[in-house]
Design a protein around this ligand. Structure first.
Ligand code: FES
Length: 68
């Protein structure tokens, strides 16, 4: 893994819960197909802001990895 890939993987998507992009992408690849699925599998969106900051980036990842 090169540095850029490491940085991308470890980017915090859910800042309230400290959940990384890789954790969310892995959840999508293991069958999370909706925002609620991702929340159940990772806790993303269940922090203090209730998804105000992370719902949109998660929706983008769901579009980026469709049907995985
Ligand atoms: S950033 Fe994800 S719940 Fe606040």
């Amino acid at each position: 893994m090169d540095t850029n890939e490491w940085i991308l993987n470890n980017k915090k998507i859910c800042m309230c819960k400290g959940i990384t992009r890789k954790t969310i992408v892995d959840a999508i690849k293991k069958g999370a197909h909706t925002l609620d699925d991702v929340a159940i599998k990772t806790g993303c969106g269940t922090g203090a802001c209730h998804g105000t900051r992370c719902d949109d980036p998660v929706e983008e990842l769901l579009k980026e990895f469709p049907g995985e």
